[in-house]
Each structure stands twice: as structure tokens, then as C-alpha cells.
Design a protein. Structure first.
Length: 415
């Protein structure tokens, strides 16, 4: 009976970890969907809207390394804190009406999200008896994230649609004010509608229970003794696990020693180089893909955005396959070199597809080539996170994943 309960508890935790990435990604989707409403309601310029968007990455960059290092000793407690921080930031984003406060709340939301992502991967790795299975769960955690962005956009779009419908009716609604443009010395015509706030309030209220669940959950779930396993077993008993990860905050000197240790690790550097290249390519495609399709392939703006959105399933498929292949091949603790070889191979194969795709003038051929390139490129996401934990000392795994997130954002996404 105890084995059955342990098995159910372990699988439930893993399933929740696998779908929580979708909830975290909804933050970005809701914010992106509300940019038009922010511009209309508060007369923000494109530069000011850019600050709001970038502040999410700024918060993520600041929190990545220290939180990854400090939170590795008790991942679920920190994951819960990340959810609660993100929930509070998202909820307050829907309450404020000032550019500075919008930027601050977005920065805190980015910090909460990166805590969840980094320590979620650590928590998965801590609780799998077969380390080859860790990449599969990590792949599920990441492959559902694009659908979270879609869900966030749909949630924001639904309320913005109601706002637009109301604005087309009458101008004397209680929640609307229309400044006549014909009045002397009148300000530009600005439509004020508070419907855009509701998606942030709803998402904040939905994220908070996840935070409470993780905050009070166990940090180490027992695995049934008769569980089947592939590859190398690296399962630490509770006492040994506590000894390795510690129970308190670590010193700054130990932090500096960990950074020095990681920076002198060639395999850690190579894995991060691949992550930076991957993030740079993915961010560039998402940011400039619609514009390229519109201008170079003579497609309407709305259709260009729609076609770019159709590429998301390929991103999810490639991410899932990146987690499934190591599991299928049984690549556990002693197979980090094979995972690194797979990552390098996929990057090298994907690069020519990108080059050829942006050299053709046919829309259909362009989409096919980009789909193939994205699938190959995102195969490396899950192995990159799991492999970086295999090539460093176990006490520096959280710091390694945190530095990986920091470097990929600073050198890959932001440029």
C-alpha cells in the first residue's frame, strides 16, 4: 500500500511539474495581448511599451543566478515563492496606471517566472530515480510553454474584444471616456476601458494556489522500490540528499567558488554556447519573422502574424522530441557527451535550413524550411538543461542552471 501511495504521489508531482510551464508562459501571453490596450488607454509610445516588455527579461536576468544557487537546497519552497511572487506581480499589474509601476511589476513577474523555470528543472531531476527520464519530464515542462503563450493571448484577446465591442456602441458608458477631438486644445483621442485588467487579475488568482501547493509540498518524493528504470540509477536516500544539498543559505565565498568552478569547466561552457546560439536564433525569428514575411513575401500583416503563430506547434514538437530521445536511448548520468553531441548535430543541421529559407521567394517553401529548422533547433532545449546538471558537481547544479538562464538571455535573447 505504501508503494502504491508513493507511486501516485510521485507521478502526480511530475504531472503537475510538466503542466506548470504552460501557466508560467501565460504571463508573457497576457502581457503581449494587452499592449494595444496599454497604448490606447495611457497613450504610451512604442519606446515606453518596449520598456514594459523588456523589464520582464531584466527581472529574469537579475534573479536567475542567485535564486538558482540559493534555491537548490529546497526547490519546492522556492518554486512556491516564485509562483506567489509572479501571482502578486501579475495581479498588481492589472491595478496600476503608471509606466514606472508597470515596469516594476513586470520585472517582479519575470523574476518569479525564472525562479519557477530554473528550480522546476532541479526539482524534477531530484525526484526521478532514472536520470534518463529527467529529460522527458523536462521536455514536457518546456513543450507546453508555447501553448501557455497562446492561452494568454486568447485570454487577453477575449476581454479586449469585449472592450472594442463596447466602444463601438455608445460613448457614455461608465467605464469609458472619449475626449472629443474637435474641442479646442483637446488631447489626442484616447479611449479608456478597464476590461484589459481582468486577464491579469484572473491569472494572478489562478497562479496563487499553485504557489501555495509547492510552498508546502515535500522536496523529495519517495520512488517505489520496484520501479523499472533505464540507464544509470542515481537515487539519493533522504539523509544523503540533505547532506549534499544542505539546509541553509550558503556563503558568498562558496558562491564565488562555484562560479569559478563552472567557468573553468569546458563542457559547461560548450553547452551554454549552444544555448546562446539557440536563444539568439529563436528570438530573432519570433521578433522579425512576421515583418520578413510581410515585406519580402508580400503577405498581409494579419496573415503574416497568423503564419508565424502556426510555427508554435513545431517548436513544441521539437522540444518534446529533445526530451524523449534521451529517455528512449537510456542516456542517464554517464551519457552527457552523447547529449552534447546530439545538441551540436541539431544546431549544425538546422543552420542551413535557416539560410536557405531566407533566400527563397516562395511562401510555402519558406514555411516548410522554417518548420524543419525550428523542429531541429528546439530538440536541444531539454538536453541542454539536463546535461548542464550532469557535467558540474551536484552542489552547483542550481547555480549552473541559473547561469545558463542568465547567459542565454543576456547574450542570446536580449541582443
Amino acid at each position: 500500500m505504501n508503494l502504491i501511495c508513493a507511486d501516485v504521489s510521485f507521478k502526480l508531482m511530475m504531472q503537475i511539474m510538466a503542466i506548470m510551464g504552460m501557466w508560467v508562459a501565460m504571463i508573457g501571453g497576457v502581457t503581449t495581448g494587452a499592449l494595444t490596450a496599454l497604448e490606447t488607454n495611457f497613450d504610451f509610445s512604442t519606446f515606453e511599451l518596449g520598456w514594459i516588455v523588456v523589464s520582464f527579461d531584466v527581472g529574469a536576468v537579475i534573479a536567475a543566478t542567485p535564486c538558482g544557487y540559493l534555491g537548490a537546497h529546497n526547490p519546492p519552497r522556492w518554486i512556491g515563492a516564485g509562483f506567489l511572487l509572479g501571482a502578486a506581480a501579475v495581479f498588481l499589474f492589472g491595478c496600476v496606471s503608471n509606466l514606472v509601476l508597470f515596469t516594476i511589476t513586470q520585472a517582479f513577474a519575470g523574476a518569479g517566472a525564472t525562479i519557477i523555470w530554473i528550480l522546476g528543472c532541479i526539482h524534477i531531476d531530484n525526484n526521478v530515480q532514472c536520470k534518463a527520464v529527467a529529460s522527458d519530464y523536462t521536455g514536457w515542462l518546456m513543450c507546453l510553454a508555447p501553448f501557455g503563450v497562446i492561452a494568454g493571448l486568447m485570454l487577453a484577446g477575449g476581454f479586449l474584444g469585449e472592450c472594442s465591442a463596447s466602444s463601438e456602441g455608445t460613448n457614455d458608458c461608465t467605464n469609458m471616456s472619449l475626449v472629443p477631438s474637435s474641442a479646442p486644445d483637446a488631447a489626442p483621442e484616447v479611449l479608456s476601458c478597464d476590461q484589459w485588467r481582468w486577464p491579469f487579475w484572473i491569472l494572478g488568482c489562478c497562479l496563487a494556489p499553485w504557489g501555495l501547493w509547492f510552498f508546502f509540498s515535500k522536496r523529495h518524493y519517495p520512488t517505489p522500490k520496484n520501479a523499472t528504470c533505464c540507464g544509470t540509477i542515481e537515487y539519493l536516500p533522504e539523509g544523503e540528499w540533505n547532506h549534499v544539498h544542505g539546509d541553509g543559505l550558503k556563503s558568498f565565498a562558496d558562491f564565488c567558488q562555484g562560479v569559478k568552478c563552472l567557468c573553468s569547466n569546458p563542457r559547461f561552457i560548450l553547452i551554454n554556447l549552444g544555448s546562446i546560439i539557440h536563444m539568439f536564433q529563436a528570438t530573432g525569428l519570433i521578433a522579425f519573422g512576421p515583418r520578413y514575411i510581410e515585406k519580402q513575401l508580400c503577405v498581409k500583416r494579419s496573415m503574416a502574424s497568423l503564419l508565424t503563430g502556426t510555427l508554435i506547434p513545431m517548436i513544441s514538437f521539437g522540444t518534446y522530441m529533445g526530451g524523449y530521445i534521451p529517455k528512449r536511448m537510456g542516456w542517464g548520468v554517464g551519457h552527457s557527451r552523447k547529449s552534447m553531441l546530439m545538441m551540436a548535430t541539431t544546431i549544425l543541421i538546422a543552420a542551413p535550413f535557416f539560410v536557405v529559407a531566407f533566400a527563397v521567394d516562395n511562401l510555402g517553401l519558406f514555411l516548410v524550411l522554417v518548420c524543419l529548422a525550428l523542429t531541429l533547433m528546439f530538440v536541444m532545449m531539454a538536453p541542454a538543461v539536463t546535461s548542464v546538471q550532469r557535467v558540474v558537481p551536484v552542489e552547483y547544479r542550481g547555480l549552473a542552471v541559473g547561469m545558463q538562464s542568465f547567459l542565454s538571455r543576456v547574450l542570446g535573447a536580449i541582443p
